[in-house]
Design a binder for this molecule. Structure first.
Ligand code: FMN
Length: 215
């Protein structure tokens, strides 16, 4: 069979990709309507195209639909968020309290992403000196999923204000799986080209963010 010819990514595509990166956004405010059947599976399939150390593909996805487990994750978020608020200095605390830091209440889908720390896939290649690259690989999958979602008009909200071991216990996953991301997935209420934390005055763009140092 003749090899398929590679696609050509023309200027229009490149411009659209730039827009996708610019408008990606972390979403905390969702419309409650469900995603179409198969949409989450399609996103996970795109996530699985991400690069991984040694081609280990250590990402593991858990769709959290059970109301009791969702409620337990939400309670865990509220506990961790209250602790984070208590740790703010006085001036920051007022602003922190006003931030919305999760869309767990309305997102139609909850997707937990774990890294399988015990996988033998990849045979250890590339991670002898940097074992953390296994988890970096799972982060790459999250980002691929995030872009694939936004391209379809679906918003993603990453929730990390959680104790990973508690979430692993709530979801009853394998002992060797570590939580990388807990994602809210659904239709965003609004779109913006500016991060919500920037709009809320919490953190503006850091001038170092796009810098390249020369050595
Ligand atoms: C590793 C990671 C963890 C995050 N955790 C949270 C979180 O717990 N709650 C939240 O509201 N946003 C969370 N975010 C979203 C960031 O706040 C957001 O990416 C950042 O403010 C920039 O906004 P943008 O994603 O819309 O560009 C997280 C993002 C990343 C990459």
């Amino acid at each position: 069979m003749a090899p398929e010819s590679p696609p050509e990514f023309d200027e229009t595509f490149v411009e659209a990709l730039d827009l996708l990166l610019r408008w990606r956004r972390d979403v905390r405010r969702f419309r409650p309507d469900p995603l179409p059947a198969g949409a989450l599976e399609a996103l996970v399939a795109r996530a699985a195209l991400a690069p991984s150390v040694g081609n280990s593909q250590p990402w593991r996805f858990v769709r959290v639909a059970d109301p009791a487990r969702r409620a337990a994750v939400k309670a865990e978020f509220e506990r961790c968020n209250a602790a984070a608020l208590a740790g703010q200095d006085e001036e920051r605390a007022v602003r922190y309290a006003k931030l919305k830091l999760a869309g767990l209440d309305r997102a139609p889908e909850h997707l937990a992403v774990f890294c399988d720390d015990a996988t033998t896939a990849g045979h250890g290649l590339g991670r002898a000196t940097m074992p953390e690259t296994l988890r970096y690989s799972a982060v790459g999958a999250v980002f691929a999923l995030w872009l694939a979602a936004r391209a379809r008009g679906i918003g993603i909200g990453w929730v990390s204000i959680l104790e990973p071991a508690h979430v692993a216990a709530i979801l009853d996953v394998q002992r060797d799986w570590s939580l990388v991301a807990y994602l809210c997935v659904g239709w965003p209420e609004t779109d913006s080209d500016t991060p919500e934390l920037e709009r809320a005055g919490w953190q503006a763009r850091d001038p170092r963010a796009g810098e390249i140092l020369a050595r």
